[in-house]
Design a protein around this ligand. Structure first.
Ligand SMILES: [Zn+2]
Ligand SMILES: [Zn+2]
Length: 275
């Protein structure tokens, strides 16, 4: 579906909510093949909200305080508090999309007590299967989060997807894998065209623009193909929203002055050039 076929479809408002940070990273922590002398960059942590008159989707739930302490991450605010700050009550949310099950994306399911969680078949199988016997591959997962997710399965609160799904006119899921076996990205129709919440398909702008894979990876080939997929799904490179790049908060305006530094509007033009 392209922009010309979207006439009459109400666009979504799209928000990034920043809730955490990891400092002291080396360039080699962020890019396979980085020059070890290159300066490292912070990783920032986000959840996202897509909202229009008939639907609200929360995309990812962020990490919890226990994981933040164990892993030396700074929690700027509980992710659900950030969702509340943009005027959404987490208690009333019924649709949460989980891009994948890493601790920083699926770590506070309990903060959305009425939600159904949209996840890929492949991610569920990966996070509960043989690959988790390998410490390197299970490191980005937290067993308590995964167990909580399985409890949601048994409560009939998980909606499974296999590849492509349309959750609403103008909002679709696309499995890309790579970083995690069942990683999915979210394409969202906005008033500036189709934006793509890439999540960890590209942590930084540099990953897809320089073709540099991120070191947490299940399949490098799929990760590289994922860079092409997010480019193809987005109306322009400026419509791709990386999952962890601090520049997102600089490039996009806050929804209001009080939310400066907490949230950014992704459905409006960048306030400065990325060049
Ligand atoms: Zn991840
Ligand atoms: Zn992540």
């Amino acid at each position: 579906m392209n922009a010309t076929t979207m006439a009459g479809v109400e666009p979504f408002e799209l928000f990034a909510i920043r809730y955490g940070r990891h400092t002291g990273r080396r360039a080699t922590d962020n890019f396979i093949g980085a020059d070890p002398h290159e300066a490292g960059r912070n990783l920032e942590y986000f959840v996202w909200v897509a909202r229009r008159s008939d639907k609200v989707f929360v995309i990812d739930t962020g990490f919890n305080a226990t994981s933040a302490a164990e892993r030396g991450r700074t929690m700027l605010r509980p992710p659900a508090d950030g969702v509340r700050a943009v005027g959404i009550d987490p208690d009333q949310i019924d649709q949460v999309i989980l891009t994948h099950l890493h601790y920083d994306h699926a770590g506070s399911l309990g903060a959305f007590p009425r939600a159904f969680f949209h996840a890929q078949d492949a991610e569920t199988a990966y996070a509960t299967g043989r690959c988790m016997c390998h410490p390197y591959l299970r490191h980005p997962y937290d067993v308590e989060d995964v167990v909580g997710f399985v409890r949601a399965v048994y409560a009939s609160r998980v909606v499974f997807h296999d590849g492509f799904s349309e959750l609403a006119s103008g909002l679709t899921l696309h499995r890309v894998g790579g970083h995690a076996k069942g990683l999915q990205v979210v394409r969202v129709w906005t008033r500036r065209g189709f934006a793509v919440l890439a999540s960890d398909a590209t942590h930084y702008y540099d990953n897809f623009e320089r073709g540099l894979p991120f070191p947490t990876v299940y399949d490098i080939g799929d990760m590289m193909e994922g860079f092409r997929t997010v480019r193809a799904l987005a109306d322009s490179p400026d419509h791709i929203i990386p999952g962890h790049d601090p520049r997102v908060m600089e490039l996009y305006p806050p929804p209001s002055a009080e939310l400066d530094g907490i949230a950014a509007r992704l459905d409006v033009a960048l306030r400065e050039s990325r060049a």
